[in-house]
Design a protein around this ligand. Structure first.
Ligand code: FMN
Length: 404
C-alpha cells in the first residue's frame, strides 16, 4: 500500500532496474549528505499552538509573484525518461493539475518548447549555462520565447559529483541495452516494455532542451558539457539577457548572498543538489537559516533536499523558506504510475502539510513562523523564538535564527 513518499521509493525500487533506481536514489561519495538531508529534519521538533481557529485552512501562496496552490514545487531533474517514457511531459501536466510550478531541467528528455506548450501553468527553466556565450544567449532566448516564467541557474555543478553507484553499475547515458540492463530489464518487464515503447532503447532519449543540436546524438557528452564552474560574471551576463525573475540554485553559504543580490537575482534555492555533488556538506535545512538571515527579505529563499513529509515542508517554511522543491519523490511517482504517480506524490504532500498546519495551529501559510520549530540535538532544545514573542512574523520580514 502506498501510504507515504517512502512507499513510493520502495515501489520505484521494485519497478526500475537497479542501475536506473540507483541513478535517482544515489548520492555522492559515502552519501553522508544524502542521509544528513533527511536526518536534519528529524532534529527539528515542532511547537504547535493550541488555541488557534484552524477549522478552515488555506495552503495557497505565491512564489515570485506566481500563484501556487501550495508551497511545494518540482525540482529540475534530468534523465526523467529513464523513469517513464512520458518523462517531463507527465511531470509538467501533473504539476499544472496540482497548481504548482515545475522547473524543467536543461537536460530534459523532451524539447523545452514542447514542455512549455504542454500546459498553461507557470514554469521555470533550469539553466546549466553553456560555456559558449552565443549558445548561452540562444538557450536563454529559447526559454524566454517558449514562455518560461523564471530562469533558475544551477551553480553547484563545477564537476559531476562522485557517483560510485553509477560507476559500479557501469551506467551510460543514454542507457544502452547491454547484457546487464537486459538482464535487469527481464526482471522488470513493465519498465522494459515502457522503455522500449518510448523508443529509448534505440538511444533516442531526447535531451531536446540542449542548446547544441549536434549533441542530441550524444547525450552523455551533452551532460558532461554541463559540468563547469559558474562565476559571478556569468550570472551578470545571464541577468542582462533574461527578462524575468532570476533564481540561483545550489547556494550553501550566507556570506555569498550579498554578492548575488548585487547581481540582481530574485530568488535563491538553498540546495546541495540532493547530496549528489559535494559529499560532507551540511543538510539544506541546516543552511537555510543563515541564508534567510543574510538575504533579509530582499529575495525569496527556497529549499530542496530531503523533503519527504508535510512536516518537512512546514519546518522549512517555519525557518523562512518561501516554498520547497522536491526531486526524487516525484521521479519515484513517475516511475510507479507516470503522470498519475507524480500527482499522487504531490497530493500526499498537500494532505500532510494541511494536516500539519491544522495540528500546529496554522490556518494559513503566513501563520507559520519560526516559533513553530526548535532544534533538538543531544538533548538540548533551542527554541526558534521566545515564548514572550507569540506574534507570527510576516513572511517577508527578516527573522534571524541562530545556526541550526
Ligand atoms: C536523477 C536526478 C537528476 C537531477 N538533475 C538535475 C538537473 O538536471 N539540474 C539540477 O539543477 N538539479 C538536478 N538534480 C537535483 C535536484 O534538482 C534537487 O536539487 C534534488 O533532487 C533535491 O533533493 P531531493 O531529491 O532529496 O528532493 C537532479 C536530481 C536527481 C535525483
Amino acid at each position: 500500500m502506498l501510504c507515504n513518499l517512502t512507499d513510493y521509493e520502495s515501489a520505484a525500487r521494485r519497478r526500475l532496474p537497479k542501475a536506473v533506481f540507483d541513478v535517482i536514489a544515489g548520492g555522492a561519495g559515502d552519501e553522508v549528505t544524502l542521509a544528513r538531508n533527511r536526518a536534519a529534519f528529524a532534529d527539528l521538533s515542532l511547537r504547535p499552538r493550541a488555541l488557534a481557529d484552524v477549522n478552515a485552512r488555506q495552503l495557497s501562496s505565491t512564489v515570485l509573484g506566481m500563484p501556487v496552490s501550495m508551497p511545494v514545487m518540482l525540482d529540475p531533474c534530468g534523465y526523467a525518461r529513464m523513469a517513464h517514457r512520458d518523462a517531463e511531459l507527465a511531470v509538467a501536466r501533473a504539476a499544472a493539475q496540482a497548481g504548482t510550478i515545475y522547473a524543467l531541467s536543461t537536460i530534459s528528455s523532451v524539447p523545452l518548447e514542447i514542455v512549455a506548450g504542454a500546459t498553461d501553468a507557470p514554469k521555470w527553466f533550469q539553466l546549466y549555462p553553456p560555456a559558449d556565450r552565443d549558445e548561452c544567449s540562444r538557450l536563454i532566448e529559447r526559454a524566454q520565447v517558449a514562455g518560461f516564467r523564471a530562469l533558475c541557474v544551477t551553480i553547484d555543478g563545477a564537476l559531476a559529483g562522485l557517483r560510485e553507484r553509477d560507476k559500479r553499475n557501469r551506467l551510460t547515458v543514454p542507457l544502452k541495452l547491454g547484457p546487464r540492463l537486459l538482464l535487469e530489464g527481464a526482471s522488470r518487464p513493465r519498465w522494459a516494455v515502457d522503455f522500449l515503447r518510448g523508443g529509448a532503447g534505440r538511444g533516442d532519449q531526447g535531451f531536446g532542451a540542449m542548446a547544441r543540436p549536434q549533441l542530441l546524438r550524444n547525450a552523455g557528452a551533452a551532460i558532461a558539457a554541463t559540468a563547469r564552474a559558474i562565476t559571478a560574471e556569468e550570472i551578470e551576463f545571464i541577468r542582462q539577457r533574461w527578462r524575468g525573475p532570476l533564481i540561483v540554485k545550489g547556494l550553501q553559504r550566507g556570506d555569498e548572498c550579498e554578492l548575488l543580490l548585487s547581481l540582481g537575482i530574485d530568488g535563491i534555492v538553498v540546495s546541495n543538489h540532493g547530496g549528489r555533488q559535494l559529499d560532507g556538506v551540511r543538510a539544506s535545512i541546516e543552511t537555510l537559516p543563515e541564508v534567510v538571515e543574510a538575504v533579509a527579505g530582499r529575495a525569496e529563499v527556497f529549499l530542496d533536499g530531503g523533503v519527504r513529509r508535510g512536516t518537512d515542508v512546514f519546518k522549512a517554511l517555519a525557518l523562512g523558506a518561501r516554498a520547497v522543491l522536491v526531486g526524487r519523490p516525484y521521479l519515484y511517482g513517475l516511475a510507479v504510475a507516470g503522470e498519475d504517480g507524480v500527482r499522487q506524490v504531490l497530493e500526499m504532500l498537500r494532505f500532510e502539510l494541511d494536516q500539519t498546519m491544522a495540528l500546529a495551529g496554522c490556518a494559513r501559510i503566513s501563520d507559520i513562523d519560526h516559533s513553530h520549530v526548535e532544534v533538538q540535538r543531544t538533548g538540548q532544545a533551542k527554541p526558534g523564538a521566545s515564548a514572550a514573542d507569540p506574534t507570527p512574523r510576516s513572511r517577508d520580514r527578516h527573522h534571524g535564527l541562530e545556526s541550526v
